[in-house]
Design a protein around this ligand. Structure first.
Ligand code: ASP
Ligand code: MG
Length: 468
């Protein structure tokens, strides 16, 4: 068995769905299970519709209805309109309810966004059947996806590990192509839950791991995991292979390729994950594995995340006082603030947070024991690289920062050591990533590594910043 997951843009309209079918056809002999996202931006449109109902009391599902009915028509699936009509009615009723009571609880929100995936699998399954490929649409809960009740970001409970293969394997063995909703599940009380935005990846890897599939294929609209954000670095290219740890770090630190939790099930079982491009199926994609045999370059990929706040906390107590770290972190816990990077010395702690938080009351709280300095407008630059070559990576990165005049303001090397992160000013992040990419991936011929940036600088590839 293999699992093939297609994201929203891969099933955005009739033409894209036809294309998905072409890809799936070539794999039918491997007993595929299909996992689909909602069509195109349907999840966002559902949330917008909820917003309209909540704020203005307006019920409008026109956009959603039009896309799905047009797709049914374009794929010549007259009968499938009957399959999706009840869902569209139920959705309209739900929105009317939201408009009436002007309330949208996390539980209702999950119920609401579930319609996207439930619609897309029904249309796709109908299309496969029209091609004489025996397919059946499933809502994930009918295939053993049971989660906790943490609406918006639910976790599958351990029983799912047995339930999913129990239901799915007989189907694929019988030659059926199951077309399964990504992203959604049900809690033990049959409330619909979601696994977090982008959660279809996790649905796919969960099926692959629980059913001991050959591999989980995650079909996206890029050629795999890239060495950097292509909007920033024009020479960004796909990475051939990465480890699960590297891929998780990359997902977390801004390479929006996979759901950050998607690797977890496959780490347990060692199931390979293959990231492929549905717009370019010939491209080899990126293979994610537990260990890699050969390594050429020290660095796999470079990412950056902007809009980060740096907090410097310097103890006002005497040196060697115990319990300082505990007090600081319990203050963050009390204020429900999630910390990203941390660096400590004997009397001070520097840490970072996403800029969305209001830190006034935290600052007040901490002022009892420390001087607190809060600086917004920072960015985290993360380098995912080879554990064995961390000194080389650090040396070359800092040299690059120095050459372009970007001040490194905090450094942290993850415990897993695949992740080296540092803080620079938001305004410098783009340049730093570009320059690092040149140094690690595109050294000019004949240039000694680490000096590439100065060469590139001369040739104008990296704009310079005065070091005042
Ligand atoms: N449709 C959901 C989203 O847009 C889940 C997914 O695409 O993976 O977040
Ligand atoms: Mg989506």
């Amino acid at each position: 068995m293999i699992v093939m997951k297609f994201g929203g843009s891969s099933v955005a309209n009739a033409e894209r769905i036809r294309h998905v079918a072409e890809i799936v056809k070539t794999q039918v002999f491997r007993k595929p299970v299909l996992v689909l996202s909602a069509m195109g931006d349907t999840t966002d449109h559902l949330l917008e519709a909820a917003d309209g109902a909540l704020k203005n009391g307006v019920v409008s599902i026109d956009l959603i209805k039009k896309l799905h009915l047009k797709t049914v028509k374009d794929l010549k699936l007259g009968a499938a309109a009957k399959d999706i009509a009840p869902l569209l009615d139920e959705l309209a009723q739900l929105l009317a309810g939201i408009a009436l009571i002007r309330e949208l609880t996390p539980r209702t929100k999950d119920y609401l966004v579930s319609f996207g995936e439930r619609l897309s699998v029904r249309i796709a399954a109908a299309y496969f059947n029209s091609l004489r490929i025996k397919a059946q649409a499933f809502d994930a809960w009918d295939l053993g996806f049971v989660s906790d009740s943490n609406f918006g970001s639910a976790e599958l409970i351990k029983e799912s590990w047995n339930l999913i293969p129990e239901k799915l394997i007989p189907l694929t063995d019988a030659g059926v192509l199951p077309v399964v909703t990504g992203f959604i599940a049900q809690d033990v009380n049959s409330n619909i839950t979601t696994l977090g935005r982008g959660g279809s990846d996790l649905s796919a890897t969960m099926i692959a791991a629980a059913c001991k599939a050959e591999e989980a294929q995650v079909w996206k609209d890029v050629d795999g995991i890239l060495t950097a954000d292509p909007r920033l670095v024009k020479n960004a290219r796909p990475v051939e292979t990465v480890t699960y740890e590297e891929a998780s770090e990359l997902a977390y630190f801004g390479a929006q390729v996979l759901h950050p939790r998607a690797m977890q099930p496959c780490i347990k079982t060692g199931t390979p994950v293959l990231v492929k491009n549905s717009y370019n199926p010939e491209a080899p994609g990126t293979r994610i594995l537990s260990t890699l045999e050969k390594r050429h370059l020290p660095v796999r990929a470079i990412t950056s995340r902007k809009n980060v706040t740096l907090v410097d906390i310097v103890s006002t107590r005497m040196l060697g006082q115990f319990g300082f770290l505990e007090e600081v972190f319990s203050a963050f816990a009390r204020h429900q603030l999630s910390v990203d990077m941390v660096a400590t010395s004997e009397v001070s702690i520097s840490l970072t947070l996403d800029a969305v938080h209001d830190l006034t009351s935290l600052k007040k709280d901490l002022s009892r024991i420390a001087n607190v300095d809060i600086r917004a407008g920072k960015a985290i630059v993360t380098i995912i690289g080879d554990v064995q070559r961390s000194s080389e990576i650090l040396a070359r990165s800092f040299r690059t920062c120095e050459l372009i005049g970007a001040q490194v303001q905090m450094v942290s090397q993850g415990a897993s050591k695949v992740n080296i992160s540092f803080i620079v000013n938001d305004t410098e992040a783009g340049e730093v990533v570009k320059a690092l990419h040149i140094d690690f991936f595109d050294p000019a011929p004949g240039v000694v590594s680490g000096n590439t940036v100065s060469a590139a600088k001369v040739s104008g590839a990296v704009s310079t910043r005065s070091k005042s």
